[in-house]
Write a protein that binds this ligand. Structure first.
Ligand code: SF4
Length: 245
């Protein structure tokens, strides 16, 4: 398959990182001159320690039994995130709901199906992007009834504070060009502001090395279909941004 420009850019950056590591290692070993050969040999361990797929798998394994906040006590499954570990576009929601908690996968309920439609309308597949949430365990109104539908609530600030570092680590590994936050809680939590989503949506802002586009949560579109046109406007801006690179 033909690699696109951005994929090549990513791979080029990975090669630079590996080369830098190799030179650092030689420096630590006391070498002051390095002779270039056709191939720089890196150990299998060094290679695997910089591969996004491996780094994400390692992080997921580390989180498997996480109980850093009270959500860990009531969850059925931890919902780590899913998609392309080298995605240029990452969607971030607020937290898993009932269906996600049952299956351990993000955005698979009605709102998730709508998100899939949006991604496909952007001429991509779900597997092309990465989908995650601010918190990885299901925030419930009544934690004693994980089987009950309609038991969802937004994550609390203390839960976000505990879980957000894991999302930031995922972003650091994936290095997306664009992050699209879905809804009030994801947007306000990542940007650490309290401005309403209606004001924030549709305008790119900087987030580390990437751009962040806030938009409405697909669940909001299920409640109010008039919002769909705004989300589509935001997606068009994301696609336009991508075409510039
Ligand atoms: S929500 Fe995050 S911090 Fe809380 S238990 Fe789950 S993985 Fe750990």
């Amino acid at each position: 398959m033909k690699k696109d420009k951005n994929q090549m850019k990513k791979e080029y950056n990975e090669i630079l990182t590996l080369t830098g590591k190799y030179l650092e290692q030689k420096k630590e070993q006391g070498e002051r001159q390095v002779y270039l050969s056709k191939e720089i040999k890196l150990s299998q361990k060094e290679k695997s320690s910089t591969v996004p797929e491996n780094l994400l798998a390692k992080l997921e394994k580390k989180l498997k039994n996480c109980r850093k906040c009270n959500l860990g006590e009531s969850r059925t499954n931890l919902v780590f995130g899913a998609g392309n570990p080298r995605a240029w576009l990452m969607f971030v929601g607020e937290g898993p709901g009932h269906d996600e908690d049952m299956k351990g996968l993000p955005f698979i309920g009605r709102a998730g199906k709508l998100l899939t439609n949006i991604i496909e309308a952007m001429k991509m597949k779900r597997e092309d992007v990465y989908i995650a949430n601010i918190v990885k365990c299901h925030p419930m109104i009544d934690p004693g009834q994980p089987q009950k539908r309609g038991n969802d609530r937004p994550p609390r600030p203390e839960e976000i504070a505990q879980c957000k570092p894991f999302l930031l680590k995922q972003i650091e590994i994936i290095k997306p060009e664009v992050i699209c936050t879905l809804g009030t809680h994801a947007t306000q939590s990542l940007l650490e502001i309290t401005t309403p989503i209606g004001v924030l949506r549709g305008k790119f802002c900087s987030f580390g090395n990437c751009k962040l586009m806030p938009t409405y949560h697909p669940a909001a579109l299920l409640r109010n279909s008039n919002l769909k046109k705004f989300v589509w406007e935001d997606m068009k801006k994301i696609m336009k941004e991508r075409s510039k690179n």
